[in-house]
Design a protein around this ligand. Structure first.
Ligand code: CP3
Length: 345
């Protein structure tokens, strides 16, 4: 199917575009009243994730309401641990919880992986193909997965955490078991992303949300080699790597075989440009909290961001949009970018 608005894909391939494309991380599900209306009728988040026609509906809501240049499939990074044999729950106002966690080599041995595990997620692939059909080529669809380290951190810690010290302790004390687990997650993620691409995903993004809590050495040992395997395995569509807080690893991230690198708002753009080769495109990076300011300040900060990147840029926030962000300011952010044109002089 031809995509009518292919600006996002042209930019991701490194082509020169008339303006940066724009979408927001976590645009599906956090901010729209239409989402909350659907969500309130259900038993919980997991029901929404596992019901493909509803997942497709909330995926398309931000395209209709905000006019963004890409959709991102409504799902969660935690479906992978579940498919491997470690189910999660989502506790209202608290976040994810794993009733059983990984503590030992025996726990890792029990997990299934690769294509066998990925085969447990037909509802995600159905949601992708239903979304593609319903989008009817309006904008491209992004598929995603959590990076192996970020998934390990939830599987060992059992929930969100300020420090993830249990997960980090596991790396320091159970190094060999950690590598076995990371490899199983990686094998599953590759099979999963390939299935999503077969179902219609036009680009895939890997979220390493907890990159920033590792030391540079730990990031080299426990995170990058597995992200590299994913990038090497996915050659069907462009890949975006978003490693939050990993400004210390930009040299190595620049060497990954991915097309797009996401950066957060803490990252110094001039520095990153020196470290990331010119054939890669950067995505980001307005502070999500900037959207709490007055609409005029949001507009100016958005224009400043576009000017600082000045091409080879996919406009986004530096992390997911917060649930209580004023919707009008989200629209100011999106529309400021959509009204902008690069000067051709
Ligand atoms: O980008 C999108 O809009 C697509 C949907 C999406 C969700 N989760 C839906 C969701 C995506 C891309 C994710 C990824 C995700 N999930 C990450 C990586 C991105 C990031 O923000 O760093 C992480 C760390 C998770 C784990 C997770 N899932 C947490 C910590 C929470 C609770 C807090 C919250 O609201 O995000 C979830 C639940 C979740 N995932 C919700 C949504 C819409 C809220 C559930 C609800 O409606 O109650």
């Amino acid at each position: 199917m031809t995509i009518q608005n292919d600006l996002f894909l042209r930019a991701a391939r490194g082509e020169q575009t008339e303006r940066p494309p724009v979408w927001l991380m976590r645009q599906a599900g956090r901010i729209l009243p239409q989402y909350r209306a659907i969500r309130s009728k259900l038993s919980g988040f997991v029901e929404l994730v596992t019901t493909p026609d509803l997942a497709a509906e909330v995926t398309i809501q931000p395209v209709d309401e905000l006019g963004v240049d890409a959709a991102i499939i409504f799902s969660d990074i935690l479906v992978i641990p579940e498919a491997m044999g470690l189910p999660y729950e989502l506790i209202e106002k608290k976040g994810p919880l794993f009733p059983t966690t990984i503590k030992s080599g025996a726990d890792v041995s029990k997990l299934i992986s690769g294509e066998d595990a990925a085969a447990h997620l037909p509802y995600v692939y159905d949601a992708v193909s239903l979304t593609k059909k319903a989008l009817d080529g309006r904008v491209p669809l992004i598929g995603f997965a959590g990076a192996p380290w970020t998934l390990l951190s939830y599987m060992v810690e059992g929930s969100g955490s300020k420090t993830f010290s249990k997960a980090k302790k596991f790396l320091y004390t159970e190094e060999a078991i950690a590598h076995q687990l990371l490899q199983k997650i990686t094998d599953t993620t590759i099979a999963y992303l390939k299935n999503k691409i077969k179902a219609g995903a036009d680009l895939v993004q890997v979220f390493d949300s907890w990159a920033g809590i590792l030391s540079p050495t730990q990031y080299q040992v426990f995170a990058l080699p597995y992200i590299r395997q994913i990038c090497e395995a996915i050659d069907e569509v462009p890949v975006t790597v978003f490693a939050k807080g990993a400004w210390f690893a930009m040299d190595e991230i620049g060497k990954l075989p991915c097309q797009v690198v996401g950066i957060d708002w803490n990252t110094n753009l001039a520095d990153v440009r020196k470290k990331i080769p010119g054939d890669k495109v950067l995505q980001g990076n307005l502070d999500p909290c900037q959207l709490y300011a007055s609409s005029e300040k949001v507009r100016q900060a958005t224009l400043d961001m576009i000017g600082n990147f000045n091409g080879k840029h996919i406009a986004n926030l530096g992390h997911g949009v917060y649930p209580d962000t004023p919707l009008d300011n989200v629209k100011v952010f999106v529309n400021t970018i959509k009204d902008f044109r690069y000067s051709t002089a």
